[in-house]
Design a protein around this ligand. Structure first.
Ligand code: GLS
Length: 833
């Protein structure tokens, strides 16, 4: 029988059993000691930031010992390891998360309590590690968490950006960007490792040499040498056994090069070179799902790949010397999208030019080492670099790419498709045209032994639409690994009340065996459990309402339906569809104040790439409509719209536990997977979504009664597009669409400035409505009517919410990692004593 959960206080029994034996008093003493010796201050002078830093230091004291122990054990056992190469790691805050994973949350809470400090307030001092844009970067963060939790030898490699993703503010409704400075005065989680600095060549020219036997040798004479300085961030597994490392490279001017210039009397020139070198790791490119195509970006990619490979090779050589025969047994490198694809020719360069292996031998090794994850089908995101740029920045790599390409075209394509030039043109790494381009996608497929998409439907489309010829050449190369999210951060730590309720009803190890949540299904119709579950949802909504008030000044009713769309702002994700539907609701309420719907709050969080004009227009439009609607007394608070500024991991952690409805409304075929959809459903939000990405699998798991699906399918989208889609047809056929779109022409939402929002209308009509918002509008509107009805039936709604939590076990990132391990990486776990 279900116990009454709401009465039970959170207890240490629900915490992970940590093997770190620390008492409250010891932890408290450690914090104070760090305040004194690490920060050089004392209890009287310390502000919250100092207390936060000291608390982190106290955690680190425990964690770094485990990290050292982990590295020692991996070395001693000479384990095979995965090297996760990613330009982005969106780690968020680490204090709460690390405490959760070492099982010391309660201890820390009590220690701070005894010091007269508020744990949650101290945690709020932490800046997010925002070293990523969105789903792709956050996925990397979830994956390193799972790798450590499951005790797999792994290392994450990336860039130590001085400035992560910009912070967003709204100025009269428009997005403005400011630099993010997450480590202006240092960050307690990172440790510099000067003993592992690497030097990286760039620019220059290639000399062809012949030895005595007439053999050709290539020598790259670089024009610049850049220093790569590693910073290590501990990645604490749940249970605190394995602590892996995230190694991020910072660029600096190489001492060696600058001395030359300096000695020649060029002190100032040397300083200019310093600035250029340091620019490489200065800032994260703020684009999600689009290719920046800039020289500095290519250099960033090469810089971190070259540093990482040198690091990997150094470690390998320590155990195996110059014997390369075991390299592919010990090393697997996962390419997180094509961003690190340059690692393939770099590895070839090391093996052929440096280790002097024969080409075939080197290529055999390479093809056993790399695996590639594709994260998008959007054409604007598929990376290409001009041959001209390549030649300038990485002349030797261009030669190597040409060699890889010509061998591939002759030995593979010509054999499989004899005489078929059109296939050759398509599969070639080099795209011919008025400007020759290097296609990083083709390079990644050719150089990898496995290629995976990130959700079932996406992986099918990767095979069918993106790489059909490669798939027919190598059908076994292509596979799927559906994305997942770590339940430690995305349930246990961000939603403690729900976690405690869950722990009262299922085994306490559910954070590592998320399938155990399925037991909750038995309680989905139990009225006592429903009450407890919905009470927690309400309390989470009350908390979020406070945040909303603080950030926007808008007051919202916590008993209203909280409908949340949080993700990057992109036209394919269709925030504009959400907006025009909200406007339609507003119009219905104006026409009929008794229009039957529950009170609703529509909540947005999204950053737009600074150069993405239409995305910024959509943000502005939402903010302007919000201003008008929120202050319109005629609709009696039945509708509120809030756009929370500066959406980021730490804000997501406050929004997700409070969501009733999760908006997953991308045009079918465009969202590779999505991961916010999983987090929201896990926390009991009901998805309103299209049959796109992982939504399909979420619907399968939750059951069709517990999600609301609408819109065109992938096949219907293709049909409609090939038949010739005309948005004007929908405009003229649907009065509501017409009225809403015409609203954008006047100054109703922008008093005194008519037509200020007209770009939205133009994009949906004149520019062709690329993502078929108008085609899906009617179906979306019906889906919302269904949601309204369901929400008003409290019991049904509670059952749906609970069923969502109960059925999301599949989307644990541990399951994704085990899929990678079994189908791609072939790793063994390694116990750390
Ligand atoms: C992305 C996709 O757009 C998301 O659908 C996906 O969930 C994520 C992780 O696989 O990768 N690709 C991308 O370039 N940014 C993303 O978030």
């Amino acid at each position: 029988k279900a116990k009454s959960p709401a009465t039970k206080k959170p207890s240490a029994a629900t915490e992970v059993k940590s093997n770190l034996d620390v008492t409250v008093d010891e932890f408290q003493q450690s914090i104070v000691r760090h305040l004194h010796v690490s920060l050089g201050t004392d209890e009287n002078k310390a502000n919250s930031k100092a207390w936060w830093t000291a608390t982190c230091a106290a955690v680190n004291e425990l964690v770094f010992e485990r990290a050292t122990q982990t590295q020692k054990t991996h070395y001693k056992k000479d384990t095979r390891a995965v090297h996760y190469l990613s330009l982005e790691f969106l780690m968020g805050r680490l204090l709460k998360n690390n405490l959760t994973n070492v099982g010391l949350t309660e201890i820390a809470q009590q220690a701070l309590d005894k010091l007269g400090l508020d744990f949650h307030k101290i945690c709020e001092e932490e800046p997010d590690l925002a070293l990523g844009n969105g789903g792709l970067g956050r996925l990397a963060a979830c994956y390193v968490d799972s790798l450590a939790t499951l005790d797999f030898p792994a290392i994450g490699y990336g860039i130590h950006y001085e400035h992560g993703l910009f912070t967003q503010a709204f100025l009269e409704g428009r997005q403005v960007e400011r630099p993010d400075s997450w480590r202006e005065y240092g960050n307690p989680w990172e440790i510099c490792r000067p003993e592992s600095v690497q030097e990286i060549p760039l620019y220059g020219y290639v000399e062809t040499k012949y030895d005595d036997k007439g053999q050709i040798h290539k020598e790259w004479h670089p024009g610049r040498i850049i220093k790569g300085v590693p910073w290590d961030i501990p990645v604490v597994g749940y249970g605190a056994k394995t602590v892996n490392i995230l190694r991020l490279w910072e660029s600096r001017a190489s001492d060696f090069f600058n001395w030359d210039v300096f000695n020649a009397g060029g002190y100032l020139d040397a300083q200019v070179e310093n600035v250029q070198a340091e620019t490489i790791s200065k800032v994260l490119y703020p684009n999600d799902n689009t290719d920046a195509g800039k020289e500095l970006r290519l250099i960033q990619q090469y810089f971190f790949c070259a540093c990482s490979i040198k690091d990997i090779v150094r470690r390998y050589k320590r155990a195996h010397g110059d014997d390369w025969s075991k390299f592919a047994e010990q090393v697997v490198m996962q390419l997180n999208d094509t961003h690190p694809a340059i690692a393939i020719p770099e590895m070839m360069r090391i093996l052929v030019d440096r280790a002097e292996l024969k080409w075939d031998q080197a290529w055999t090794i390479c093809q056993k080492v790399f695996a590639y994850t594709n994260h998008t089908l959007l054409p604007e995101a598929l990376e290409k670099w001009s041959v001209r740029l390549f030649e300038k920045v990485l002349p030797r790599h261009l030669e190597i790419i040409y060699e890889i390409n010509s061998r591939f075209l002759e030995d593979v394509v010509e054999v499989a498709f004899p005489g078929d030039d059109s296939v050759k043109r398509k599969l070639s790494i080099i795209e011919e045209g008025h400007e020759k381009m290097v296609r990083m996608g083709n390079l990644s497929v050719i150089g990898s032994f496995k290629v995976n998409g990130v959700a079932e439907i996406h992986s099918k489309l990767v095979k069918k639409d993106l790489f059909p010829e490669f798939n027919s050449l190598w059908p076994d190369k292509f596979t799927n690994v559906t994305n997942g999210v770590t339940p430690r951060r995305w349930l246990k730590s961000c939603n403690p009340k729900l976690s405690n309720l869950i722990s009262e009803h299922v085994d306490a190890d559910w954070p590592v065996h998320l399938n155990k949540l399925s037991k909750l299904a038995d309680l989905a119709t139990d009225s006592k459990f429903q009450k407890a579950y919905m009470q927690i949802k309400l309390e989470n909504k009350i908390e979020l309402a406070k945040v909303i008030k603080e950030l926007t000044g808008v007051e919202v009713d916590p008993t209203a339906l909280f409908d949340i769309q949080i993700k990057r702002l992109h036209e394919y994700k269709r925030q504009q569809l959400n907006l025009i539907h909200i406007m339609a609701l507003y119009r219905r309420l104006l026409q009929n104040p008794d229009y039957d719907m529950p009170k609703r709050v529509f909540i947005f969080g999204a950053k737009a790439a600074p150069g993405y004009y239409m995305a910024k227009e959509i943000i502005y439009a939402i903010n302007k409509v919000a201003d008008k609607v929120n202050n319109d007394e005629r609709i009696k608070d039945k509708l509120k719209i809030v756009f929370l500024p500066n959406y980021r991991v730490s804000l997501a952690e406050k929004m997700i536990p409070a969501a009733d409805v999760s908006e997953q409304i991308s045009l079918a075929g465009k969202e590779a997977s999505g991961t916010g959809n999983m987090k929201l459903a896990l926390n009991g939000a009901v998805t309103i979504g299209t049959l796109d990405g992982a939504n399909i699998e979420i619907a399968e798991e939750a059951g069709e009664d517990n999600v609301v699906i609408f819109g065109l399918t992938v096949d219907e989208v293709k049909e409609l597009k090939s038949a010739g889609y005309n948005p004007w047809d929908y405009y003229y056929a649907n009065n509501e669409i017409k009225a809403v779109l015409d609203w954008f022409d006047c100054d109703y939402f922008t008093p005194g400035k008519p037509g200020e929002l007209a770009e939205i209308k133009r994009s949906l009509l004149d520019y062709g409505d690329t993502y078929l918002s108008l085609a899906d509008f009617a179906s979306y509107s019906e889906a919302h009517k269904k949601i309204d009805k369901l929400f008003q039936d409290e019991k049904t709604w509670a059952k749906m919410a609970i069923m969502n939590t109960a059925t999301m076990g599949k989307f644990n990132s541990d399951r994704s990692i085990l899929d990678y391990v079994q189908n791609i990486w072939n790793l063994d776990t390694c116990d750390i004593k």
